[in-house]
Design a binder for this molecule. Structure first.
Ligand SMILES: Cc1cc2nc3c(=O)[nH]c(=O)nc-3n(C[C@H](O)[C@H](O)[C@H](O)COP(=O)(O)OP(=O)(O)OC[C@H]3O[C@@H](n4cnc5c(N)ncnc54)[C@H](O)[C@@H]3O)c2cc1C
Length: 380
């Protein structure tokens, strides 16, 4: 049976995130975007209501939200407030995935709990300058030295990179093994030798911090390794498969916000003596936007539900991410069009949404990579 009714708990979390987005995020988002300023104050406030580390178990100080649909509901609302803020909090959620899949109880207690309890931020450090879509081309190394590993290299384009309290870093432990020679490590943000490099200046999601993570002979205990040596590539792929419904939800939040602003504007903007919404050309645009937002939501919820069934879900999560991010781009483009010249002006909200939408087609695997995943599944 297909039932779109949310449980009282899901509704409660959605309401919590919506209220936070409406009351706390939206009033400050344009300024943060304009100044490319990291939302430290919002992170603190999000922590106070449990939204910084909601995906971690209660025993570690989180809210214990493990069902992907609830994660997506929260993320859609945060992104409806500001996709930059959703990316900041999403960075911690992203890093929580490999930790919850492969982290031992000892690792979670020793390394994760102190960070979650003080509402710290986490980051997943996979990408490098020459290893983006081709993750296996990474050159960061982790050399075993007694009961430690020594990490050396540079990660690029990392959300919360350089400011996080905790990292999941992927590095080569055995070059001869190709992608089977990659391992994952939990690295504390204050580990000697770990520093933040350049902070990127971006088109959109400008209040989020995207930065380099430089690893200069960073020593971590062998006990910080996530899973077996050589299991890092598989863990990275599983993590991204699992996080893609969340990216779809970020895209959905942006698209919904743009549609709502455009609808309101079309009803109130008078040209030729009537609201522009009286024109069928505008009505059709609005009808398509509403339809696409709803379709993106169905794809996102579907992918989220499949992740809970225990069967493989890469097909559904890649489809949802690919589709919802394209919807975000189309809907924000039409929202700018409906606003006319005002849509192009920074004082009005839709130009930010248009800029923010683009990243959803790129991060956590570009849409070309999502299409490769889907094609592989339907052709195998
Ligand atoms: C704002 C931002 C935040 C990010 N956050 C994180 C993060 O937190 N952690 C992290 O590890 N990474 C992060 N990334 C990195 C992001 O995931 C990569 O940028 C992305 O995977 C693409 O890699 P690339 O930029 O090197 O592009 P490339 O891989 O160089 O791709 C360039 C173009 O070629 C296409 N292409 C590549 N290979 C193929 C192929 N086989 N077939 C068809 N087309 C192909 C791509 O689709 C793209 O259009 C972030 C990036 C940005 C911009």
């Amino acid at each position: 049976m297909i039932d779109f009714t949310l449980t009282p708990e899901q509704q409660e979390m959605r309401d919590l995130a919506h209220t936070f987005a409406e009351k706390e995020i939206r009033p400050v988002a344009p300024e943060l975007d304009e100044r490319e300023e990291f939302p430290w104050e919002l992170v603190k406030k999000a922590g106070a209501v449990g939204l910084t580390s909601f995906a971690f178990p209660e025993g570690l100080g989180g809210l214990g939200i493990t069902d992907e649909l609830t994660n997506c509901l929260i993320t859609e609302e945060l992104s409806w407030g500001c996709a930059g803020v959703a990316t900041v909090l999403g960075g911690t959620h992203l890093a929580s995935i490999p930790i919850l899949i492969a982290g031992t109880t000892e690792q979670q207690e020793r390394l994760v709990k102190p960070v979650v309890e003080r509402n710290g931020l986490a980051a997943l450090a996979l990408t490098e300058a020459s290893a983006g879509s081709d993750v296996a081309a990474m050159t960061t190394t982790a050399r075993r030295d007694g009961d430690e590993y020594v990490l050396s290299g540079a990660k690029r384009f990392i959300s919360n990179g350089g400011i996080a309290d905790l990292y999941v870093v992927f590095a080569v432990t055995d070059r001869a093994q190709g992608h089977r020679g990659i391992s994952a490590f939990i690295v504390p943000g204050d580990a000697p030798g770990l520093t933040g490099g350049r902070k990127e200046r971006k088109l959109g999601i400008r209040c989020s911090h995207t930065g380099e993570v430089l690893l200069d002979d960073v020593r971590v205990l062998a006990a910080n390794r996530l899973g077996e040596e050589g299991s890092g590539f598989r863990l990275a792929m599983t993590t991204l498969d699992r996080s893609r419904p969340m990216v779809a939800a970020i895209a959905l939040g942006i698209a919904r916000a743009a549609y709502e602003y455009a609808l309101e504007y079309a009803k109130t903007r008078i040209q030729f003596g009537q609201p522009i919404a009286a024109n069928q050309a505008i009505q059709f645009m609005l009808a398509d936007m509403a339809t696409e937002v709803q379709a993106a939501r169905l794809m996102t919820w579907w992918a989220a539900k499949v992740t809970e069934t225990g069967r493989p879900f890469l097909y559904e999560s890649s489809m949802a991410k690919n589709f919802a991010s394209d919807v975000a781009m189309r809907v924000t483009t039409d929202a700018v069009q409906i606003f006319g010249g005002y849509g192009y002006i920074r004082e009005y909200p839709v130009e930010k949404l248009f800029r923010d939408a683009k990243i959803t087609q790129i991060y956590e695997g570009t849409n070309q990579i999502q299409k490769i995943v889907v094609a592989n599944q339907i052709l195998k």
